[in-house]
Design a protein around this ligand. Structure first.
Ligand SMILES: NC(=O)c1ccc[n+]([C@@H]2O[C@H](COP(=O)([O-])OP(=O)(O)OC[C@H]3O[C@@H](n4cnc5c(N)ncnc54)[C@H](O)[C@@H]3O)[C@@H](O)[C@H]2O)c1
Length: 250
């Protein structure tokens, strides 16, 4: 119960990896706020968590809208008494943004960066004071293995997330807020499985990964629950790559 008495906001928590993280930290005692642009998903997800005995609240929010993100933080404080963890997971996907830099139209570039990058800044700005009031906190960013490759616009937005993770860690250390990142490889969320047919998945796993199975949302949730907890109190500014060895850094 590493999160007993703690409050977590998970953006994009209505489904997929965000929901898995919310369920994991909720199962370890956190009250969770699921902030998602798809309000029906956020509310359904909150209902599912409550059925498991987890305190949960689903709220509509576009992370690209700073005012909306502040409203989420205020709601978390009003409802649960503060904020200890922000999981900045909401993101636009590779599927819509696999184009190369010169191919992607300007307005789509803008939206990609507004959601995937500025959305995290908005979350940090919105939660900072409430975390400081609790004596500190943790922010987790979700980037991607694609952010190590320099192949497309999505990857560039996720590369920026890694840089932002370091910059926020430096900026927020004064408030005892740690900032860490997770860069997943291919993980079995609904969205990723829809874009990867079974034969391509098998080829990907067999040819690219060292660990011969698909990544699971719970693999990411387990790492997030560790990085956001006091067990990781000496880790900040770092992004962990979780790809079954599909990409190895040296
Ligand atoms: N699944 C993978 O293989 C994989 C790999 C690398 C990185 N990621 C990253 O993990 C995160 C979660 O991905 P997923 O696979 O669970 O996808 P998903 O589509 O299942 O979940 C994303 C959630 O974010 C919400 N969302 C989208 N835009 C939003 C916005 N502007 N404001 C608030 N909520 C918004 C969606 O409604 C959805 O509930 C994303 O940042 C994604 O880029 C996923």
């Amino acid at each position: 119960m590493r999160y007993a008495g703690k409050v977590a906001i998970v953006t994009g928590g209505g489904r997929g990896i965000g929901f898995a993280i919310a369920r994991r930290v909720g199962g370890e005692g956190a009250s969770v706020v699921l902030a998602d642009i798809a309000i029906a998903n956020a509310q359904d997800a909150a209902t599912r968590l409550k059925a498991e005995g987890i305190e949960a609240l689903g709220i509509a929010c576009d992370v690209a809208d700073e005012t909306a993100m502040h409203a989420v933080a205020e709601e978390a404080c009003a409802h649960f008494g503060g904020i200890d963890l922000l999981v900045a997971n909401a993101g636009l996907h590779l599927s819509g943004y696999a184009k190369t830099p010169c191919e992607l139209p300007g307005e789509e570039w803008q939206r990609l960066m507004d959601v995937n990058v500025i959305g995290i800044v908005n979350g940090a700005r919105a939660c900072r004071a409430a975390m400081r009031a609790r004596g500190g906190g943790a922010i987790l960013t979700i980037s991607s293995m694609a952010g190590y490759k320099g192949e497309n616009a999505y990857g560039i937005s996720k590369l920026a997330v890694r840089g932002l993770t370091v910059a926020l860690a430096k900026e927020l250390a004064v408030d005892r807020i740690r900032v860490c990142g997770i860069a997943p490889g291919l993980v079995d969320s609904e969205e990723a499985m829809a874009r990867f047919p079974v034969d391509r998945r098998e080829k990907y796993v067999n040819e690219l990964q060292l660990v011969k199975r698909l990544g699971r949302m719970d693999d990411i949730a387990a790492a997030a629950a560790f990085l956001g907890s006091d067990e990781a109190s000496f880790i900040t500014g770092e992004t962990i790559l979780i790809s079954g060895g599909a990409f190895c850094r040296i």
